[in-house]
Design a protein around this ligand. Structure first.
Ligand code: LLP
Length: 428
């Protein structure tokens, strides 16, 4: 496949105009030049379009879309999605605080996560979130105690582990009995009955999340079927639930995967809950932001060594850790259209002092010189949020584009920013 066809398939919001890579009517080299270092760029139109795909596909089914902000917590994206009617799925007190500060109403927020501290649970109860997805028997007691001491009742769902495969990477599969997530399927009925009797707890829903980057909706259908039979048996024993939370996980195209259409995903879910008096809750993350973002980087140097061509970038594993962590594939394209030159293999690496700091192994690329700029595609999900300042490298900046305008949403950080955040004790 020609690299421009691949670009169109992976990152529909990005294309070459007059030989330069653009998004939202903005020449991306302008952004990377201003950042003077690695920068993530998100197309707001592309983010919105991906969200609207879900909204349209579920229009005939009561549904609450709770964008999983762990994928990308850019404030501008939260505001954009909140404005379009989205809720959010949060997994920490920090995400909850950020979501509220972005104006997401508390009654559209789901709080997920296998371990929540007392402080985080109190924060969620006080804020009045729509639902707390409880993952252990211990958490039921913890939450009941916190809610009653605040004079409130916490709306809960139990995240049930269906003990099924998701057909994705081992590291991002979450729905097998041996994974750390959720309460065991067999324990769920007893825990629901207990929760129903416990002051401070109000069981409202059932929840699951079997994994991420799921490429085949059959896995989701199987898990939904298991949860549905649990829902039905709870209902037969007199427990009336309102929400069926199917989690997130819908995959995208990074290389040559066929990502299921949102419409076929919706058909699968709607079929799985048909006839139930349930509001569906969705927690999509990657599918909304992944294709809508790129990481831009500049070539520092190039060398031939050990019979290989090395392209050394100013971005590193601290900026985009997915290749080092999961051997994940991100397409790399030049910001200037190389024309019809031959592409030859190169190892694309960052400057961090370890061999895992490698983005691509023997990847066909056009000739690249120091100063040339490249974009990593489909880097909008689990990119910036997983960034760090390893090697005292300032965390990458972030910017958004739309209608010919662009703005930083996370400023380029200076060395002073890094130095200022540490303190040596006066007694040293
Ligand atoms: N809901 C829950 C409870 C989750 O744990 C996750 C992701 C989502 C929703 C959103 O899943 P998505 O729609 O984005 O697949 N860092 C990894 C991905 C980890 C996903 C963790 N949970 C990566 O870079 O591939």
């Amino acid at each position: 496949m020609m690299f421009k066809d691949q670009l169109a398939a992976i990152a529909p919001g990005f294309s070459y105009k007059n030989g330069r890579l653009e998004a939202g009517g903005v020449d991306l080299s302008e952004v990377v030049n201003a950042a003077r270092g690695p920068v993530y760029v998100y197309s707001l139109d592309a983010v919105l379009e991906n969200f609207l795909d879900f909204q349209r596909a579920f229009a005939d089914q009561p549904t609450r879309i709770c964008y999983a902000m762990k994928a990308n917590d850019c404030l501008a994206i939260l505001k954009l999605l909140g404005g379009a009617g989205s809720g959010v799925d949060v997994v920490s007190g920090g995400e909850l605080a950020l979501a509220l500060s972005a104006g997401i109403p508390a009654n559209r927020i789901v709080f997920s996560g296998v371990g929540k501290s007392d402080r985080e649970l109190a924060q969620a109860v006080k804020a009045g979130v729509m639902q707390i997805n409880v993952e252990t028997q211990y958490e039921l007691g913890q939450l009941a105690q916190i809610a009653t001491s605040l004079g409130k009742e916490a709306p809960i769902a139990l995240r049930v582990n269906p003990d099924l495969e998701a057909g994705t990477l081992d590291q991002i599969s979450t729905g097998r009995a041996t994974d750390k997530f959720g309460v065991a399927y067999e324990d769920a009925p007893r825990l629901y009955m207990e929760a129903e009797k416990t002051p401070g707890l109000a069981p409202k829903g059932i929840a699951m999340h079997i994994g991420s980057q799921i490429g085949n909706t059959d896995f989701l259908a199987a898990a939904c079927a298991k949860l549905r039979s649990l829902w039905e048996s709870l209902s037969a024993s007199g427990l009336k639930l309102e929400r069926f939370d199917v989690g997130g996980g819908l995959g995208i195209r990074y290389k040559n995967e066929t990502a299921p259409l949102v419409q076929s995903y919706a058909d699968t879910i709607k079929k799985a809950v048909s006839g139930l008096d349930a509001e569906v809750v969705l927690e999509p993350g990657r599918r909304i932001v992944g294709p809508a973002g790129v990481l831009l980087s500049t070539v520092i140097s190039v060398k031939e060594s050990g019979g290989r061509r090395f392209v050394i970038l100013d971005a590193a594993m601290n900026d985009l850790i997915r290749p080092a962590l999961y051997k994940a594939w991100h397409e790399i394209v030049p910001l200037i259209d190389p024309g019809s030159v031959p592409w030859t293999p190169a190892d694309v690496v960052g400057p961090v002092c370890e061999s895992t700091d490698k983005f691509a192994d023997q990847r066909p690329l056009p000739p690249l010189q120091p100063g040339d700029q490249v974009a990593f595609l489909a880097a909008g999900a689990y990119g910036s949020v997983m960034g760090s300042e390893y090697n005292s490298r300032p965390r990458a900046a972030e910017a958004v584009v739309r209608d010919g305008q662009w703005s930083f949403t996370r400023n380029p950080r200076s060395y002073d920013d890094i130095i200022r955040e540490q303190h040596a004790p006066a007694w040293l």
